[in-house]
Design a protein around this ligand. Structure first.
Ligand SMILES: [Zn+2]
Length: 334
């Protein structure tokens, strides 16, 4: 993995997006008894679109950012659908997916082919200066993938199977890999855009949560919690934050099941910490969540949040510090 990430000759960020998709899928899904995991190409495509969805916004005065050396075709296609759906009140990729909006369905169908022809074909090729490159299919068997494959061929293949041990390995190292992939991705975007981009600003832009998309949740979640902070139970002042219970940087899930209203004190102190399990369970057990999801058009994502929590807590070593409240941590027992 390190070799794949460090090879400095990427033509686009699509490989990184694909790796990140595989990491997230492994955190959220249980492997088969033999340790392998079958992953639909469709699912990988949905995840990739969700990563790019906020990234195709206009960045400061730089306009839309390039994600490859030659043009912006994938981001442009996503941006087009994003703008179209925003006028229909659909703001996140997850919401578009859940609504099965025709424009989104078409986008997935067309990008699925690109994903198969490019990142899935080339993901496991490590470039060498002398002999072009060698492929070592250590993640999954890619022998049926090639850059001229057709829609029919992709339909027939349908899935990839991560080799036994790979899902567990990706899950256990997910926090490290995610940080590594994001930093490589940010560096690539700086390179592809040949502009004076501030890497720190850029990282927040590319991988931060899209706050404006979640603003509609402030009032409904406040009501649901009787105006009390989800974590400390104190009455909230006007400064209400929408907090990801399973932190966004740990697993990016913008679903109502993973979102609560918190005061700034708790929200800022918790930051990217993994909370104690009790907080996650309380968030998942709230009633009326479907009603909030329906009125705000932010998807619920209950099952994803719940299985991501199982994946994260299941791979944490004993002694990891979990956030319970402001400056209050508890040691995890595995
Ligand atoms: Zn609080």
């Amino acid at each position: 993995m390190v070799q794949l990430l460090e090879s400095g000759r990427r033509e686009s960020t699509y490989k990184l997006a694909t790796l990140l998709a595989l990491v997230d899928i492994c955190v959220e899904n249980r492997a088969a008894p033999d340790g392998s995991l079958m992953v639909p190409i469709n699912e990988i495509t949905h995840r990739i679109v969700a990563y790019y969805w906020p990234q195709v916004r206009v960045f400061n005065d730089h306009g839309r950012l390039s994600q490859n050396k030659s043009g912006r075709s994938v981001p442009d296609r996503i941006a087009e659908v994003r703008i179209q759906l925003a006028t229909a009140g659909v703001r996140t990729a997850e919401a578009a997916r859940e609504a099965e909006h025709p424009a989104y369905v078409r986008l997935i169908r067309s990008l699925r082919l690109t994903v198969a022809q490019q990142p899935l074909t080339h993901l496991q090729t490590v470039p060498h200066v002398r002999n072009g490159g060698t492929r070592d299919d250590f993640l999954f068997d890619a022998s049926r993938f090639h850059k001229k494959m057709t829609v029919d061929q992709v339909d027939r293949i349908g899935t990839i199977t991560l080799r036994p041990g790979i899902p567990e390995g990706l899950r256990r190292t997910s926090a490290l890999l995610r940080a590594f992939i994001r930093s490589a991705w940010t560096q690539d975007v700086v390179t592809f855009n040949r502009a004076e981009l501030d890497a720190e600003d850029l990282d927040g832009f590319l991988f931060g949560t899209d706050r404006t998309a979640l603003r509609s949740l402030v009032e409904p979640l406040r009501d649901l919690q009787d105006d009390l902070c989800f974590y400390c139970g104190r009455r909230m002042a006007s400064d209400v934050h929408i907090d990801h219970v399973m932190a966004w940087s740990v697993i990016p899930i913008d679903g109502v099941a993973n979102l609560v209203a918190a005061d700034s004190r708790c929200n800022l102190d918790k930051s990217a910490s993994i909370p104690v399990r009790v907080h996650v369970d309380r968030a998942l057990e709230r009633s009326d969540l479907s009603e909030v999801a329906r009125t705000t058009r932010v998807p619920l994502l209950h099952r994803r949040t719940s299985s991501a929590a199982d994946g994260v807590f299941g791979s944490l070593p004993s002694g990891s510090l979990l956030w319970r409240g402001v400056r209050d941590y508890e040691s995890h027992i595995a």
